[in-house]
Design a protein around this ligand. Structure first.
Ligand code: AMP
Length: 113
């Protein structure tokens, strides 16, 4: 059983963090240390530690993360200009919180990868 992170507490609202979106599968909130004018994290409600732990039974959830990202981008007014979706995995990917999350970054021209 993977250990819970602070994200589980945010999802359950045990830590006061404004939720920008929540449904039965995913939640979204602003990154505490934004790397762009818009920096939102979209996370599965269920604890999935890394992309390596995603299974076929999670496909609906992963798809929901993308559709919610698109809706939030529109809501934040960055959809037309464009934005970046990022999922870091493990040490070499730079993952720090081991609860799967998608970064939605935008509001400025991002450096090329
Ligand atoms: P990653 O490096 O992909 O694991 O990203 C983890 C992200 O979570 C970082 O961008 C952190 O700034 C962000 N983060 C960590 N703790 C919190 C928190 N309590 N609320 C919001 N974002 C957080």
């Amino acid at each position: 059983m993977a250990e819970e992170t602070i994200f589980s507490k945010i999802i359950r609202q045990e830590i006061p963090t404004e939720l920008l979106y929540q449904d039965e599968l995913v939640s979204a909130f602003r990154d505490i240390s934004p790397k762009a004018p818009v920096h939102i994290l979209i996370v599965p409600n269920k604890l999935i530690p890394t992309v390596n732990d995603v299974t076929e039974s999670d496909e609906l959830t992963i798809g929901r993360m993308v559709t919610v990202a698109g809706k939030l981008a529109a809501q934040e007014g960055i959809a037309e200009d464009g934005y970046r979706l990022v999922m870091n995995c493990n040490e070499f990917g730079g993952q720090e919180v081991f609860h799967l999350h998608m970064h939605l970054l935008g509001g400025k021209r991002l450096a090329p990868l």
